[in-house]
Design a protein around this ligand. Structure first.
Ligand code: GTP
Length: 330
């Protein structure tokens, strides 16, 4: 990736829904526990995160207290809502003011669609850890999601009536999240994945590497955040019917769909432990009875995970191939 691509990412939602917590866990190495110390965000906190060398995310963490939101929707409207690549809107599943929350969301969505019609919209329904025990089937989440889709539909209709529908981006996408588990990585990986310019090429390189390494999976992680960038075979988060032949043969359909994000969370935790002990995480390799795994730096900004179930695959050979592939992925 040679030239720099800058993307404005708005992080919005009511005060206390968990916006700064998410940002701090993903981008600033906080643990979920550390986020309890965070104070309310005043107005907008901007930060730039260099991602994969050429992609810079301009994160606008917009404090969610009502007075600030009213300002975003009036005097700051043009500044906040123009040139947005992605809106990430965070709800607290335990909120007792759902109707009010929805009204604010509707106003924000309207302002966004008016000013940045092709922006992607991602809604994260957060703090799922607090309701999962009493509602294991996630009925409340499903209800919230259908309310949100109805709002999206309504905003489109209103804009259509005003003759402003042209170029409006896809339907909003919803994710259940908690900063206490891998669901946070799942949601953010899916979002970031859509912003990386040459993702198709990266996927095809990974597929090629997987095949020459006699592997079943090759997965690319960003080195700092450990977010999943891409994987071999099919695109991230695609429909199971779109898996490629190697994935189907190796039973990927039956595997845990969040297995890579679990690795993100584990490695991130391990890296923090290493830091505390003034050690640095370099990589991981292991040979088990039925598989060989390496998780090694591929480029300056990425790590690669290779998993092979072929008994002929030796860790040394996988590492050699990773080393050889490095210049092609830089
Ligand atoms: P403003 O800056 O006022 O807009 O709030 P915010 O949305 O940035 O909320 P913040 O990240 O400061 O989080 C508020 C509180 O929620 C913190 O004490 C977090 O620890 C807690 N929190 C955030 N995410 C979760 C979650 O997924 N589960 C649980 N149980 N608590 C969470």
């Amino acid at each position: 990736m040679s030239s720099t691509s800058r993307k404005k990412v708005l992080l919005m939602g009511k005060s206390g829904s968990g916006k700064t917590s998410m940002r701090s866990v993903i981008f600033s190495n906080y643990t979920a526990r550390d986020t309890r110390r965070l104070g309310a965000t005043i107005d907008v906190e901007q930060s730039a995160v260099r991602f994969l060398g050429g992609l810079v995310l301009n994160l606008w963490d917009c404090g969610g207290q009502n007075a600030f939101v009213d300002n975003y929707l009036s005097s700051q409207k043009d500044t906040i809502f123009s040139n947005v690549a992605v809106l990430i809107y965070v709800f607290d599943i335990t909120s007792t003011e759902w109707e009010g929350d929805l009204r604010y969301f509707e106003d924000i969505l309207f302002a966004l669609r008016e000013n940045s019609p092709d922006a992607g919209v991602w809604v994260l329904i957060n703090k799922m850890d607090l309701v999962d025990k009493e509602d294991p089937k996630r009925r409340k989440y499903d209800e919230r999601k259908s309310d949100l889709l109805a709002v999206d539909e309504r905003v489109r209709k209103d804009l259509e009536e005003e003759g402003k529908i042209e170029g409006i981006g896809g339907v909003l996408r919803c994710f259940p999240t908690s900063i206490w588990d891998e669901s946070l990585y799942k949601a953010w990986s899916s979002i970031i994945h859509t912003l990386i310019p040459n993702i198709g090429l990266i996927t095809s390189h990974l597929t090629y590497l997987r095949d020459i390494c006699l592997s079943v999976e090759a997965v690319l992680f960003e080195a700092e955040t450990f977010l999943v960038i891409a994987k071999s075979g099919s695109p991230l988060g695609c429909d199971p019917s779109d898996l490629d032949q190697v994935e189907v043969t190796n039973g990927a359909r039956e595997l845990d769909q969040q297995r890579f994000e679990k690795i993100s969370e584990i490695i991130k935790g391990f890296k923090k432990t290493c830091q505390r002990n003034h050690e640095q995480y370099h990589g991981f390799e292991a040979k088990f009875d039925d598989c060989t795994v390496v998780l090694e730096p591929l480029t300056r900004n990425t790590y690669i995970l290779l998993v092979s179930v072929d008994p002929r695959a030796e860790t040394g050979a996988l590492l050699y191939n990773v080393h050889q592939a490095s210049p092609h992925m830089a």
